[in-house]
Design a protein around this ligand. Structure first.
Ligand SMILES: NC(=O)c1ccc[n+]([C@@H]2O[C@H](COP(=O)([O-])OP(=O)(O)OC[C@H]3O[C@@H](n4cnc5c(N)ncnc54)[C@H](O)[C@@H]3O)[C@@H](O)[C@H]2O)c1
Ligand SMILES: [Zn+2]
Length: 355
């Protein structure tokens, strides 16, 4: 799949076997690899020359400018300068840090990215956003810099924790449902195979997710108009992440956010309840959260929505689905948010036989 970008066109390649990892040229290459991934797949990294490997611990605390600058500093030791090639392997955290490095070092170097989480493969690897946390602000600093090439191998997902795999499924289900009636049919049929991590199903849905995202980022790469619609489910999702203190991972929070946003669509008469019920069935199969987290205060969710960097004025903005499109609403009220949150809490309790 080719992604057209104003910065550079780039390609996503699907790899069937992990052996491709040993096939990279190593001259003038710096590898940056998620530490857990390196330990699990060490056998494929035997030919990385001494001094050309940096291991990163994928924590939000590490996704800061100091880590990026440290990598830049290490890379200045290499005699190849602007023709150095950075190959990074990991999830969204490694992607965010190394994308930033590839962008700023010598004003931009060649960068290959290999996503090892489902979330990075089905979503963040394309679109070119790099983000770093700054003090208590998540993803405050950032640039646009896509990789030159992306290699996706779904075999990596076999070692992901259940929590991270289901988080990735949140984005997969979201994209496919956003794609319309056929997307909903497909994901209903495919969800059990996805939960069983069947390779062909996972590959198929990663590709359908990326194809859908591609249509938005190619129209509005720098997030000024059409791409804002990709924020669907994220207004609620980000707030859920924040109030859970990031205990609920991104994709799971987005799945929850989708249930809340769609409920508002039904309330506002924008969506038909039957279709929403069907997508809820699918979403509830992938949402697994600690029941304690259902006790969060609705007022904290409202506060978190108001603080979100994508909010631009006093009234709350959100992207809602309609029967045929997505609509940006700029007049979401506190009552509507309360209603949507209460709805999710009840639904979760009922589905999980909790009182
Ligand atoms: N730039 C973007 O467009 C964008 C979009 C969405 C999210 N993000 C960012 O991505 C980050 C989340 O990324 P993520 O969910 O991909 O995961 P992650 O990078 O946070 O990794 C999650 C955990 O999985 C481990 N891991 C990674 N691959 C593995 C594998 N194959 N087997 C076993 N363990 C593995 C990691 O070591 C880590 O412990 C957040 O910081 C978020 O802000 C960025
Ligand atoms: Zn997301």
């Amino acid at each position: 799949m080719m992604i057209h970008s104003k910065l550079k066109d780039y390609e996503v390649v699907i790899e069937d076997k992990l052996e491709f990892l040993s096939g990279f040229e190593t001259e003038n290459v710096q590898f940056v690899i998620d530490k857990n991934v390196y330990c699990l797949y060490e056998q494929y990294f035997k030919n990385i020359p001494d001094g050309r490997l940096i291991l990163l611990e994928a924590t939000e605390g590490n996704k800061v400018i100091e880590t990026a600058l440290g990598i830049c500093e290490d890379m200045t030791e290499i005699s190849a300068k602007r023709n150095i090639h950075l190959i990074s392997i990991g999830g969204g955290i490694v992607q965010d840090i190394t994308g930033f490095v590839a962008n700023i070092l010598y004003r931009g170097i060649r960068w290959t990215f290999i996503p090892t989480t489902l979330l990075a493969a089905c979503d963040s690897c394309i679109g070119g956003k790099t983000s770093l946390n700054y003090h208590k602000f998540k993803n405050l600093l950032g640039t646009f810099y896509p990789p030159d090439k992306i290699h996706i191998c779904t075999k990596f997902f076999n070692t992901l924790s259940e929590r991270d795999y289901k988080s990735g499924l949140g984005e997969v289900v979201k994209f496919n449902i956003m794609a319309g009636a056929d997307g909903l049919d497909n994901i209903e049929k495919g969800i059990e195979s996805l939960l069983r991590k069947e390779d062909t199903a996972v590959q198929h849905f990663v590709c359908s997710s990326l194809s859908y995202k591609k249509t938005f980022i190619e129209i509005d790469e720098f997030d000024r108009g059409e791409r804002i619609k990709l924020n669907f489910a994220h207004t609620f999702g980000h707030a859920v992440e924040v109030v859970s203190n990031y205990e609920i991972p991104h994709g799971t929070a987005v799945a929850i956010g989708m249930i809340m946003a769609d409920r508002l669509s039904v309330k506002r008469g924008l969506l038909n309840e039957d279709a929403v019920k069907r997508s809820e069935e699918v979403l509830m199969k992938i949402i697994d959260i600690d029941s304690e987290l259902l006790n969060v205060d609705i007022s904290d969710i409202i506060k978190a929505i108001r603080k979100d960097k994508k909010q631009t004025n006093d009234a709350m903005t959100a992207v809602l689905r309609t029967e045929s499109d997505l609509e940006i609403i700029k007049d979401m009220t506190d009552e509507e948010v309360s209603y949507a949150v209460r709805y999710f809490k009840e639904l979760y309790k009922t589905k999980n036989n909790m009182s």
